[in-house]
Design a protein around this ligand. Structure first.
Ligand code: LLP
Length: 413
């Protein structure tokens, strides 16, 4: 828990607002974000890394109000699709502050990026550079291109979120970049290099190794490198005491490899900025005992928060009403028809009446954005708390929203 998300008079509050009040007004399940926490996380990073530009990795949470909050704080935005570019523009972002990464950009997406005037396209293969050159010439513009290095360094909190090892689909090998970077290709303006080795990384060492490979590569290139994108990946503590990245060590390590007076540096953190800023509030449907097992069944499910099912990720779960009643272990589960629809196992909680509220913590990154309509469940609303006020920044989906555009084939025969 953070200062902005804590118990006050026995009830969980976000900033100055009791969570129960929002659940009453908006129903459950509901995602609730703290503007104060997102501000604090951004300021923390900005202060810790003064020589490095911050580009928010919006894949962590792409709700317009959240993107706009970081834009207002001065962030650029890291995107990975045409849809994300559209979201940044809808959130009144400056296209020149967009960095467009991604291993398989379509012609439509690249053309849209070029016409929108995005600041940098990170290309991940020689064939993508040819594709970008063709589209830039057709659009009669020049494309600002960086090449993404695959340094062959394994790093990241789970095998599914490691991106920098040789077997991963991302980036290009050192020798491929050496052969391509700086070549005279019509439509291409070479801007620099990029690297992103994975997510939920808490040690400086893998970054050190990857940036070492990058720095070494740069010494072999004839063409100047003016921009270096160092990627994201900074870990957050999902359990009290989980190790996190030491930002001052990280800064010192970056300074050993690159001189910010010679090259513009940027990072692309997503999780670091948003994970601790949100909770998912759910209502208990049953506190059920089967044989020796206790299952607390709540009205949120894996369609609302996929991380525990997909990565065995841990998220703390706490009651909204503070209690000192005796607690016992329970599996906290959703109503979806899969055993994988489990948030945590053997989690110690007091007995909960149907209707009691619980909060799943640290869900601001890769939470709402990975939600689906599985089991025909509408996606939960999202609420932003700012001081004493809250507003719905994305309403709950209705049944009509869920079936929009679908047809019943029989009625069209
Ligand atoms: N830049 C690039 C090119 C990326 O692919 C990513 C994340 C980031 C930046 C931001 O990484 P972060 O700072 O958030 O670690 N769904 C997974 C995480 C997937 C990360 C994908 N790429 C999860 O829930 O853990």
């Amino acid at each position: 828990m953070t200062d902005a998300i804590c118990y006050c008079d026995g009830v969980l509050h976000i900033d100055k607002v009791p969570v129960s009040e929002i659940a009453q007004a908006c129903g459950t399940p509901v995602y609730i974000y703290s503007a104060a926490v997102m501000h604090a996380r951004y300021r923390l990073l900005e202060t810790a890394l003064p020589e490095i530009d911050i580009c928010y990795g919006m894949k962590a949470c792409d709700t317009l109000a959240v993107i706009n909050l970081f834009i207002e704080l001065g962030a650029g935005i890291d995107v990975v699709s045409g849809g994300e570019i559209q979201r940044v523009l809808a959130a009144r972002g400056d296209p020149r502050r967009i960095v467009f990464s991604g291993v398989g950009k379509t012609d439509e997406e690249i053309t849209f990026a070029l016409r929108s005037g995005v600041g940098q396209i990170n290309a991940e293969s020689a064939s993508e550079v040819i594709q970008i050159a063709r589209l830039a010439q057709a659009a009669k513009v020049r494309a600002p291109v960086a090449l993404r290095l695959n340094p062959d360094i394994p790093a990241g909190g789970h095998q599914k979120i490691q991106t920098g090892h040789a077997r991963a689909k991302f980036g290009m090998a050192v020798h491929e970049i050496g052969a391509l970077y700086g070549q005279d290709i019509a439509g291409i303006d070479w801007r620099g290099l990029a690297v992103h080795i994975g997510s939920q990384i808490h040690q400086v060492a893998p970054y050190d190794k990857a940036f070492g490979v990058l720095a070494e590569l740069i010494t072999t290139l004839a063409h100047p490198v003016t921009h270096i994108d160092l990627g994201g990946g900074f870990a957050v503590a999902y359990r009290a005491g989980d190790p996190v990245l030491d930002l001052s060590d990280y800064r010192a390590m970056v300074a050993r490899h690159f001189d910010p007076k010679v090259v513009r540096l940027l990072v692309e953190p997503g999780r670091f900025l948003t994970a601790p800023a949100a909770i998912l509030v759910a209502r208990v449907i049953h506190d059920k005992h089967t044989g020796n097992h206790r299952h607390v069944i709540i009205d949120a499910a894996m369609n609302d928060l996929l991380r525990p099912s997909l990565y065995d990720a841990f998220h703390n779960i706490i009651p909204i009403q503070e209690t000192h009643a005796p607690a016992s272990p329970a599996d906290i589960v959703g109503p979806i028809c899969e055993t994988g629809d489990t948030f945590t196992r053997d989690h110690t909680l007091p007995s909960l009446e149907p209707g009691a509220l619980v909060a799943i913590c640290d869900v601001g990154a890769y939470g709402a954005v990975m939600a689906s309509n599985y089991n025909a469940r509408p996606r939960a609303p999202q609420v932003l708390v700012d001081g004493t006020r809250f507003r719905v920044i994305r309403p709950r989906e209705s049944f009509a929203d869920m079936i929009r555009g679908e047809t019943d084939a029989l009625s069209h025969q």
